[in-house]
Write a protein that binds this ligand. Sequence first.
Ligand code: NAP
Length: 348
Amino acid sequence: MQNHPSLNVAILGASGYTGIELVRLLLNHPAVHIKALSADKQAGKHLHAIFPNVTGFPLPLLQKIEDIDFSAIDVVFCCLPHAASQQVIKTLPQSLVVIDLSADFRLFDIPVYEKWYGTHHAPELQENAVYGLTEWYRDAVKNARLIANPGCYPTTSLLALLPLLEQQLIDPNNIIIDAKSGVSGAGRSLKEGNLACEVMDGIHAYGIGAHRHLPEIEQGCSWAAGQPVSLTFTPHLMPMNRGILATIYTQGLKGITVGHAYNALLQAYQAEPFVQVLQMGTSAATRFVRGSNSCHISVHQGCRAGQIIIVAALDNLLKGASGQAVQNMNVRFGFAEDMGLARVGVFP
Ligand SMILES: NC(=O)c1ccc[n+]([C@@H]2O[C@H](COP(=O)([O-])OP(=O)(O)OC[C@H]3O[C@@H](n4cnc5c(N)ncnc54)[C@H](OP(=O)(O)O)[C@@H]3O)[C@@H](O)[C@H]2O)c1
């Protein structure tokens, strides 16, 4: 068996959905020791008292962040709400590698961040942050001190769109993203809108024309296209626990067909372990990526001439959050990129 250097890891916000998913992944990671776990209201408890699926593993108690000794820690995963995340990260020792799952360091233009999220409390850290969409920024991730792990809707949308925008195959100003998410995307804290009666047995749009992931998706698309991209993005809440599905309507530029788009996506991701372009005629679906770190992408002919429809699906808690965070850690520390991560989803 290969010997790996061992990393000491702290997970801040371990009592939340992305936090417990990181614990689950890292318990199966051969190069990691979980040394510290934090919570806010749940501090002082054992994690298994909240999530019995980790019963029997010797995990540290949930502590308040201010009580954690970071001196022996190598990597911090920050699974805190935005704003709280910046306040914590700016106090951490500079020697630590930080992988932040919140939105706090994902928007590289501070005024844009402040328009959507309010005051930025650590703009000086933004300059050195790296956007952790692994397949696209792998080289930067290798040397990063602060990795801004992308949002779940942006990961789904950008993986589908970036090859087409970068190669100028589609009209950058004619993109509509119709996306659906499971309820775990909103986190574990109590919210009236996430009560069973509000979510089950129905589907509704939310954040119409004003969802906070819009500027992040536009930022990534603009970087790839080399010009400002404005698009339409409408998310919907689905009566399911996990999963994101984005149906993306695009218009091929002169003479570009669905076949060109398919080949471009196939070529872009042929060597990637966690992005699969499905054969033509098969449509990406959340049920086949559940429990995996994979993003499935399918390409379809629209009903109008030149219209190309892309469907992308991933598990919001894995490739859309904690799985991609582990993927980034693997890249950052030179481990095999798929260490501790599943490529095949759980079905049924
Ligand atoms: N859920 C997703 O699918 C997803 C996907 C991508 C990115 N993200 C982002 O990842 C972050 C975590 O999301 P989540 O869904 O895991 O959230 P969550 O389930 O609500 O968990 C939040 C965690 O942070 C702790 N916490 C809350 N407020 C705090 C504060 N002021 N100071 C210190 N700790 C605090 C909570 O502790 P207590 O339990 O003790 O209150 C809990 O451990 C968010 O920024 C979210 O936007 C989430």
